[in-house]
Design a protein. Structure first.
Length: 95
C-alpha cells in the first residue's frame, strides 16, 4: 500500500472552495444563452379579458378536439391513479 505524504494530506485538507468562490458568476451568461420569452396567444387572450373582450386560440381548440375524439375511440391517455387503494380496487375488478 502506497503511503501518502504528510504535505499532500495537509494540502487536501485545505480545499475550501476558494477557487470556485473567486470565479466569475455564470448566471448572466447562462441567462443570455436562451432567447427572451415572446408573447403567446394565451398572453394576448388574457390581455383581452381585461377589456371584456373575447378571443380564441384555434390551435389549442383543435388540439383539445383531437384529444376528445381520441378518447371517444378509446385511444386517449389512461387515467392517473390517485391512491394505492384505488389502484388495488381497479386491479380486482379487471380479473
Amino acid at each position: 500500500m502506497a503511503s501518502v505524504s504528510r504535505g499532500r494530506l495537509l494540502e487536501l485538507s485545505k480545499r475550501l472552495g476558494n477557487k470556485i468562490l473567486r470565479a466569475r458568476l455564470r448566471g448572466p451568461a447562462l441567462a443570455s444563452y436562451y432567447p427572451r420569452r415572446s408573447t403567446t396567444v394565451e398572453d394576448m387572450l388574457n390581455e383581452f379579458k381585461r377589456f371584456d373582450l373575447e378571443g380564441s386560440n384555434e390551435h389549442e381548440d383543435a388540439r383539445l378536439e383531437s384529444i376528445q375524439l381520441a378518447k371517444l375511440r378509446g385511444k386517449g391517455a389512461p387515467k392517473k391513479k390517485r391512491t394505492a387503494e384505488e389502484s388495488r380496487l381497479k386491479k380486482g375488478k379487471k380479473k
